[in-house]
Design a protein around this ligand. Structure first.
Ligand SMILES: C[S@@+](CC[C@H](N)C(=O)[O-])C[C@H]1O[C@@H](n2cnc3c(N)ncnc32)[C@H](O)[C@@H]1O
Length: 193
């Protein structure tokens, strides 16, 4: 693995196609945020962490590099992004990640202990610099995805951790208490009581 890959976002993003690099500042988690979120998520019991809407796998791969005793899984609806994630995984020799191509609503989430969420469903209501226009988007889908996420979180046991990034209008079950908010970076940490 190239030594300096984790030295900056530009260095890490060089693993990806030009198109994915151009999308990075808006759609993919910055390196420092991934590290902070992963630190929080790996302090809970259990070692399977799911990135809901994993894009090109940037959060998972950075987290997996720094926390090799944990397993980072990404679920992503766009096959082209899954392909980018697997390509980057192979280039880095990271083995503690898996990338699953499906809609989050189709995934059995029983396996996963803690969750990372970078406001992934917002593409249904905000259309600034879209990833592509190949996926159906609507306010109804936004609501139904959030509803699914809410019910999934509700079913998880006490101690479940959630890290959210750029998600202001969060609809999270009240049992999840916010334990930290890094305001300048809009990164929030939650633990289910
Ligand atoms: C803001 S990007 C975040 C990517 C990645 N989590 C990261 O932080 O680098 C959100 C991703 O969620 C994906 N996504 C949106 N809705 C989804 C759904 N219902 N199921 C699976 N993936 C979804 C999009 O295709 C996009 O790649």
């Amino acid at each position: 693995m190239p030594n300096n890959l984790f030295s900056s976002d530009a260095a890490f993003d060089s693993l990806y196609t030009l198109r994915a690099q151009q999308l990075s500042s808006i759609h993919w988690t910055p390196l420092k945020i991934a590290l902070k979120a992963a630190q929080f998520l790996t302090e809970g019991p259990g070692n399977h962490i799911l990135d809901i809407g994993s894009g090109v796998g940037k959060f998972c791969l950075i987290a997996a590099h720094y926390f090799p005793d944990h397993n980072f899984h990404g679920v992503e609806q766009r096959k082209t992004l899954i392909d980018e994630a697997i390509f980057a995984q192979n280039a880095t020799d990271i083995t503690n990640t898996t990338f699953i191509h499906t809609n989050f609503t189709e995934l059995d989430t029983a396996l996963y202990d803690h969750f990372y969420f970078y406001n992934s469903f917002s593409e249904n209501i905000f259309h600034y610099k879209p990833i592509d226009n190949l996926i159906e988007a609507s306010a109804q889908l936004y609501d139904s995805y959030l509803d699914h996420l809410y019910r999934m979180l509700e079913e998880k046991p006490p101690g479940t951790r959630l890290a959210t990034y750029h998600w202001q209008h969060h609809q999270i079950p009240t049992a999840y208490k916010r334990v930290q908010h890094i305001t300048g970076q809009d990164l929030k940490f939650w633990i289910k009581s």
